[in-house]
Each structure stands twice: as C-alpha cells, then as structure tokens.
Design a binder for this molecule. Structure first.
Ligand code: HEM
Length: 506
C-alpha cells in the first residue's frame, strides 16, 4: 500500500496528539518558563551571551525553578540555593550525571576527564583519588609549602614585569597544580606542559561552547566521514583530540620515568602509582584523574586571582584596610603564610568576596537527571539538564545586601548583624559533582590575597594625567574571566621589595 502525504500528515498529527495526551498523563506540570513555539520549543529564548543574566530574569518572572525545552531537551534553571541543595545534593543518586557533548566530550575526548565523565563506577574512582589527595582542608596542609613558594615566585614575576600580570597568574596556577598533580616543577620560560595545557584548555572551551557545532544539535553527524563536504569539524576534533591526549600522556610519562629513576617527588600521580602494578582500567583512571586535576585547576583559580587584582585596583580603601590587618598581624619582616590565616579575618573576608563578586563558573556544569522525578510539585523528566544559576545565587538581594557592591565586611559579624552566607558554600556547585578542587582553590585564592597585599600597592594606571578606571565586564562562557585590564603594581616599601626579592625556595 502506497503511503501518501495525507498519511504522513495524519501520522504527524497522531504523534503530536499522542504527545499532548502523554503530556497530560505526566505526573505533574513542568516548571514554568517562557512560552514555547510549536516544534522549536524555546530555541529562540536561549541566550548566547551571559546566559545567567537572562536566567536570573526567568527567576524573577517564573520563580526559583523554571524550565525551557530546546529541540526536545528539557533544561531546568535553579535560581536559589534551596532547590539546588534539595535536588542536586539530597537526591544526588539521580541528579549527578553529565550531559553527553558530541563535539567536546565524544569526539575530542573530554568525556574521559572528570568534569564530563558519566556518573558511575569510574566517576567514583576518580573522585576517590581526588578526595585522598586534596579532599579536605587538612589534606591541603601538605601542599601549603608549595602554595607559599609558588606564590612568592609569582610576586617576583609581577615585580619584574607588572604589565604581564595575567600571564603570571596563569603560570602560577599551572605551576601549583602541576607540582601537586605530577610533582613537576615548571620552567621559567616556555614550559612545554604549561603551553600544552593552555592550548588544550582553550580547545575545551571552544569545543564545548553552546551552539558552536552543529554536531551538538544533531549527534548523528558524529558518524559522518572526515572527507564528507562540511565535515571540517571532524578534522578539527581529530586535532583537538590529539592535543588532549598529549596533555594527558606527557606529564604522566614524566612521573613514570622519574619513579623508574627513583627521583620522583611526592605527587597525586606518584602516590597512586607507588608500589602497584596497574590493570589497564586502573592505569586509565590514574592517568585521567591526574589530568582532570590539572585541567580543572588550570583556568578556574586564574579567573579568581585576576579578579582579586581588579577589585584591589578599583577599591583602594578596601586594599588599605586589608594591608593594615596584615601589617598588624604579620609585621613587615616577613611575608604572610597560612599560619596567619586565622588571625586575619578581614583578609579572609576579602578572599570570600572575590569568589562572590566575580563568579568563576556562573552556571556550574549542567547535571543530568537519570530518573523521572517530581520536585516541589514540578515534573523533572529523566534526561533533563539542571543548571544552577550560581551567579544569581551569589548576587541575590534576598541573601546579599547590595549584591553588586564589593564589600568584604559583609562576611564579618558586627553589632546586631550576622555575617552573610559564605560564598564557598555556593560557588563550587552542589551534590556529588561539587568541585573536588575547592580546598585547593580556596588556599590559592587566600595566599594570593595575603602575599600580594603584603608586597604591593595596586592602583589605577594614570595616562596623560588621567586615571584609567577598568571596566567590570566579565566574559561569557563556562569559566568567566575579568576582561583584560591595566593596573599599576608597585612594591609597598623598600622593605617589601627586599622580601619579594628574597630566595623563594624555602
Ligand atoms: C575558584 C576556583 C574554582 C571554582 C569557583 C570552581 C567551581 C567549580 C564548579 C561550580 C564546578 C561544577 C560543580 C557542579 O557540577 O555542581 C566544578 C567542578 C570541577 N572542578 Fe572546580 N572550581 C575551582 C577550582 C578548581 C580547581 C583548583 C580544581 C582542580 C584542582 C578544580 C577541579 C574541578 C573538577 C575536576 C570538576 C568536575 C567535578 C565533577 O564533575 O565531578 N576546580 N568546579
């Protein structure tokens, strides 16, 4: 029997009606959201620039849990901490998967790193490794010396070339993480591992950018051969896959060679390899969890520390208050160390405010739901992507007074006023996917605040008698950075200069 257009239309109408009927049989309504178009859903509502701003508007219109549907994909946006904790933490056994990303995850291979790893046994193994090495504030004590030495070297680099602040921040983050992950000490210039990681991390951002590759919308394109017209993305994916493989394999081989020679310093990788013969699966887990540590830490703290310098440039009074505290506690004969942390509440508050003001990962990383759920009266279908709007949670006037202002004192108790919520309970995400590098990040941001403030005065650049005020306009993207800005960085005194120039290898 021949099939006619009428049959097809009737079948189409049937599917549509069936969907409508099925929609009616769902256990509860979907969370509210912008009105959908037939077939296209909310594709035209999806923002491409700073989506967290649009999502915050949805929160105001539709409440703390809102939803959209893009080509059949449900996206649930959470605009407050309460549902984020109730769903992602309390129901973590069904809210902890990650989305499948055809370009970045599958073709380029980033699905082997923790951030995109599907929820399951391998995921648990990686997390266990992270937990063992940097899973608590106490375990981070082992790495305080590395943090202090590398941050001191950072001061020396800044002193030598203050105009290259951003590059120094990046290099220091890479140096700290590579020492912890692979026991590798970076070279002062053109370090091959740092360069490789920079390229790979940029490729990660490019390959996972929303809407950048058609294959992310039509996953079947993954199977198109490279020679096929329009399949340029496959060649690109092959190249990017190769960079990632090198970024993972080279430092790993370095540790193995050093261990064979009996000269490997203690590190995340050497610790996991020590005295063991690994199966292929165990080898994969050690190699890729070390790389996850390295790639997760390479770009994130960079954003936070760069924004510390932006804040210090913009708010000289806050800088002076923090320096006064350091002078009173540490004096001027030495640089601050982690041992001073508990005695310097204002510097601690400053580090917290940096994490709140400049939100490094504004929408976290989407969590994928693995079972149908009904939450707070709303239907959350299996396969939905949950996006916690961390940016809004940290700028919500219900939680933070004058949220757009940079004000460390909000985290200090004063007469009749409790400190505001610690942003570290929000900025690192939620549930079983919470950032496993949070203690390391916290330590890096704090020591950078304390040492930089002890050593330097940071101020606006004056050009032709005019002060240049940097703009506060962070970039869009999974990891948001302050836009490049100029500032003047000078040693605070002759004594500070002497301290910076002292040997950093203590
Ligand atoms: C200021 C610095 C940092 C911030 C604000 C930050 C924030 C985040 C956030 C929001 C997530 C997603 C959590 C979720 O899905 O709910 C995440 C995941 C992750 N972070 Fe961080 N992070 C920072 C530094 C670091 C560092 C230093 C490392 C490595 C040592 C790291 C490694 C990772 C990894 C591997 C994941 C993926 C975890 C998973 O999927 O299970 N992060 N981070």
């Amino acid at each position: 029997m021949a099939i006619t257009w009428i049959d097809i239309c009737l079948a189409g109408a049937g599917v549509y009606l069936l969907k409508r009927v099925m929609a009616k049989t769902t256990p509860a309504p979907l969370p509210p959201g912008p009105k959908k178009l037939p077939l296209l859903g909310n594709i035209l509502d999806m923002p491409s620039v700073k989506p967290w701003m649009t999502f915050a508007d949805w929160g105001k219109k539709f409440g703390d849990i809102s939803s959209v549907e893009v080509l059949g994909q449900h996206i649930i946006v959470l605009n407050s901490v309460k549902p984020a904790v109730e769903m992602l933490d309390k129901k973590s056994s069904v809210y902890s998967d990650r989305p499948v990303l055809p370009m970045g995850g599958e073709l380029c291979g980033w699905k082997n790193t923790l951030v995109l790893l599907p929820y399951g046994d391998r995921f648990r193994e990686y997390r266990k490794n992270f937990h063992r090495v940097i899973g608590s504030r106490a375990s981070m004590d082992t790495y305080h010396a590395v943090e202090e030495i590398e941050t001191h070297r950072f001061l020396q680099r800044v002193l030598a070339k203050p105009s290259e602040l951003s590059a120094h921040v990046r290099k220091t983050a890479g140096a700290i993480i590579l020492r912890i992950s692979h026991g590798y000490e970076v070279k002062e210039h053109n370090d091959p591992f740092i360069e490789l990681a920079d390229v790979a991390v940029n490729q990660f951002s490019a390959s996972t950018a929303t809407g950048a590759f058609m294959v992310d919308i039509m996953p079947s394109l993954m199977y198109v051969p490279e020679w096929f017209p329009g399949a340029g993305f496959k060649r690109k994916a092959r190249e990017w896959h190769a960079t990632l493989e090198q970024m993972v394999a080279q430092p790993y081989q370095f540790v193995k060679d050093q261990m064979a020679a009996g000269i490997a310093p203690k590190s995340f990788t050497s610790n996991l390899l020590e005295g063991k013969t690994l199966s292929a699966e165990e080898d994969h887990v050690v190699k890729w969890s070390a790389a996850s540590l390295y790639s997760g830490g390479a770009d994130t703290t960079v954003s936070a520390i760069y924004s510390l310098f932006l804040a210090l440039t913009l708010f000289p009074e806050i800088q002076k208050k923090a320096q006064a505290e350091i002078d009173a506690v540490v004096g001027s004969d030495r640089l601050p160390t982690f041992a001073d942390r508990d005695s310097m509440p204002y510097v601690d508050a400053l580090a917290k405010e940096v994490l709140r003001w400049n939100v490094v990962v504004p929408l976290a990383v989407p969590h994928r739901v693995t079972e149908d759920d009904v939450h707070d009266g709303y239907y959350i279908p299996k396969g939905s992507l949950i996006m916690p709007n961390i940016w809004f949670m940290l700028h919500d006037p219900r939680t933070y007074a004058n949220p757009m202002e940079f004000e460390p004192a909000r985290f200090l108790a004063s007469a009749g006023k409790e400190p505001e919520i610690d942003p570290r309970t929000i900025c690192f995400g939620f549930g079983r996917r919470i950032c496993p590098g949070l203690h390391l990040a916290d330590a890096s941001v704090w020591i950078s605040c304390a040492m930089s403030l002890a050593a330097f005065d940071i101020s606006k650049v004056v050009e032709n008698g005019v002060e240049i005020t940097p703009e506060v306009d962070p970039t869009s993207g999974t990891i948001s950075h302050p836009k490049p800005f100029q500032c003047s960085i000078k040693p605070r005194s002759a004594k500070a200069l002497e301290l910076i120039q002292q040997d950093a290898n203590y």
